[in-house]
Design a protein around this ligand. Structure first.
Ligand code: NAP
Length: 245
């Protein structure tokens, strides 16, 4: 395990629980210092984990839908860890209000817009706020948890407007970031993590395929270990299969 000054730094959004918390735990086990974005201050597991690993976790309050919150989180992160090597944009919401409604049932437009702000615009806010730290890294890597739901080619749902649209928009935002930052040496990962036993529906989805720990292990193998053609942007899933955009 590296000592504190040798640790690379990862910034994880939505680290309260679900996949983000499991990613935080496993990154620390892999020797990273993690700046963990905490959305719900009442959530105790992240605080307890940080207390068990002194010097390895910095918790910052973070609402990725709020410009000021993201700017403050970025500032706090960079004051503690001036170099950021890895960003995992994980935070997202499903937008549960009228989620299953079809066009004839009436849609919840404020919720659709809020979902797009969190899921698609939030990652851009985060990357912008962390650019001063990323610029200091010798190997900056940007990872994005997207979803099969964002694939236009394989779209099949008659509902879930906000979530599906938000992930398609996220993918386009990542593509533009790739055009801008890949020539400067950045590497990017776009990932569908599979169906997970997490809390997107407001309660634990116990029927799902993966525990958060299993999903985080697979995700990190792809984010950290795999050598890929860095000059071709792909969305890859938990089986390492490419998805059409
Ligand atoms: N679950 C699946 O089967 C599945 C499938 C494909 C893709 N994904 C993607 O996987 C990622 C992780 O999802 P998950 O399943 O782990 O869901 P989750 O358990 O609901 O976790 C999402 C995390 O994001 C946080 N969050 C919510 N709103 C936020 C905001 N405005 N700013 C910052 N953080 C916020 C949540 O905090 P609170 O819980 O405290 O609100 C939570 O910590 C998401 O990008 C999701 O779209 C999930």
């Amino acid at each position: 395990m590296p000592n504190e000054t040798d640790r690379k730094t990862a910034f994880v959004t939505g680290a309260d629980h679900g996949l983000g918390f499991a990613l935080t735990q496993q990154l620390v086990q892999r020797g990273y210092h993690v700046v963990a974005g905490q959305y719900a201050p009442s959530e105790s597991a992240l605080g307890a984990f940080a207390a068990e690993h002194p010097g390895a976790v910095t918790i910052v309050p973070l609402d990725v839908s709020d410009d000021e919150s993201v700017a403050a989180a970025g500032k706090a992160a960079l004051e503690t860890r001036p170099v950021i090597d890895l960003v995992i944009n994980n935070a997202a919401i499903l937008g549960n209000e009228k989620l299953d409604n079809r066009i004839t049932d009436g849609l919840a437009y404020d919720t659709i817009l809020a979902t797009i702000s969190v899921n698609a615009v939030g990652p851009l806010r985060v990357v912008e706020a962390l650019m001063p730290g990323l610029e200091k890294s010798g190997s900056p890597r940007l990872c994005f948890i997207s979803s099969e739901a964002g694939s236009v080619t394989r779209s099949y749902r008659p509902n879930w407007y906000g979530y599906c649209m938000s992930k398609s928009a996220l993918n386009m935002g990542i593509s533009i970031l790739f055009n801008d930052l890949r020539p400067k040496g950045y590497t990017l990962r776009v990932y569908h993590p599979g169906w997970m036993q997490t809390f997107m529906r407001g309660e634990e989805d116990s029927k799902a395929k993966y525990t958060p720990a299993e999903a985080a292990r697979l995700a990190l193998e792809y984010f950290l270990d795999i050598e890929i053609d860095e000059d071709r942007l792909v969305m890859r899933d938990d089986n390492r299969d490419d998805w059409p955009w």
